[in-house]
Design a protein around this ligand. Structure first.
Ligand code: SF4
Length: 328
């Protein structure tokens, strides 16, 4: 039986991860699931540990300011997650809903996360479908469709055990991460091999089907590092809504898809966001005109919520020693 074999494998093979030490604590499960969206386990571990150390309960997180949360989140990317985390903590501090339906009403919680929290923290029967699960199930049932998530959710529902639903959800994702990997799945040692249709066809690499990659556009801008005589540089806060909302930045021209005719021979920073590449010409300015913002000394930059792209821009205008390695 699928779930029996999977749970047996998980009992032996699961990794020790910090959010698994107290899986029935919905705060830990929620925090880790939000952090793990589009982010690797290795990247998330130190952030998760730092959040739990600083804010041991959801009530503690609820009383933190948005700036504090964004600063603690810096480097993890997809900053709308941090804004929603802060918003959601205000609600969750009064009590955690346990059902998928109620969790779905919360900011930043979509179908996958609702099902994951509901099953892992509350042992509810819920089908959580992430990229790992799509891969395992589409191979196991040889599902050859381009957007298979809904079909896969229905398949997973038929596989749910009557108990240990939290373990089942984690096991399926862990199985995709460790055994049924995107490349070179370990079919030889796989406990599900005898029922796996992709394996029987000898075509594991055909599943899941992949849409052709689209070419990302490039946006261009000129960023200005305004530097005072005493070394402080000027930062300003981005609007709360939109890309990198609420994070700090150095002033720049609008980010546009037309490259201007100016001289691009100085420091250039390149960064890739989900939907576009970004190419920035960096200019150091000491001839200061009044611009609204906050003056920050290099050694204090770590106390501000700076996204990675801004760290790269600032670092390009200095040597690392003078910035006290804040970009590390
Ligand atoms: S046999 Fe291979 S492709 Fe099939 S579930 Fe196991 S690891 Fe994945």
């Amino acid at each position: 039986m699928f779930s029996g074999k999977l749970l047996k494998w998980y009992a032996k093979a699961q990794r020790k991860l910090p959010w698994r030490t107290d899986v029935k604590n919905p705060y830990h499960t929620w925090l880790s699931e939000i952090m793990l969206q589009q982010t690797t386990v290795a990247t998330v571990i130190p952030y998760f540990n730092a959040f739990i150390k600083r804010w041991p309960t959801v009530q503690d997180l609820c009383s933190a300011s948005l700036d504090e949360v964004l600063t603690q989140w810096q480097g993890l990317g997809y900053y709308s997650r941090a804004r929603n985390l802060h918003k959601c903590a205000q609600i969750l501090a009064k009590g955690f809903p346990s059902t998928e339906e109620d969790l779905l009403k919360l900011p930043g919680i979509g179908p996958y996360t609702a099902a994951a929290i509901s099953s892992i923290a509350f042992d509810e029967q819920a089908a959580a479908v992430d990229g790992n699960v799509v891969r395992v199930i589409s191979r196991y049932f040889a599902i050859a469709t381009l957007k298979p998530t809904l079909e896969i959710r229905e398949r997973v529902k038929t596989l749910l055990p009557t108990e240990k639903n939290g373990d089942f959800t984690q096991a399926l994702m862990e199985f995709g991460a460790l055994l049924c990997r995107p490349k070179n799945p370990l079919c030889i040692t796989c406990p599900l091999q005898s029922g796996c249709q992709a394996y029987m066809q000898g075509k594991t690499e055909n599943y899941p089907m992949k849409a052709p990659k689209r070419k990302l556009p490039t946006r261009y801008a000129t960023a200005f590092i305004l530097r005072r005589e005493d070394g402080a540089i000027l930062l300003r806060k981005r609007p709360l809504q939109g890309l990198l909302g609420g994070m700090m930045e150095v002033p720049s021209t609008p980010w546009v898809e037309e490259k201007d005719q100016a001289d691009w021979s100085g420091p250039i920073v390149r960064h890739t966001f989900t939907h576009f590449h970004f190419e920035v010409r960096v200019q150091l300015v000491t001839d200061l005109e009044a611009v609204e913002g906050v003056w920050v000394y290099p050694q204090d930059l770590k106390n501000y919520a700076l996204p990675t792209v801004m760290k790269k821009i600032i670092a390009s205008g200095f040597n690392k020693e003078s910035l006290h390695s804040f970009v590390e």
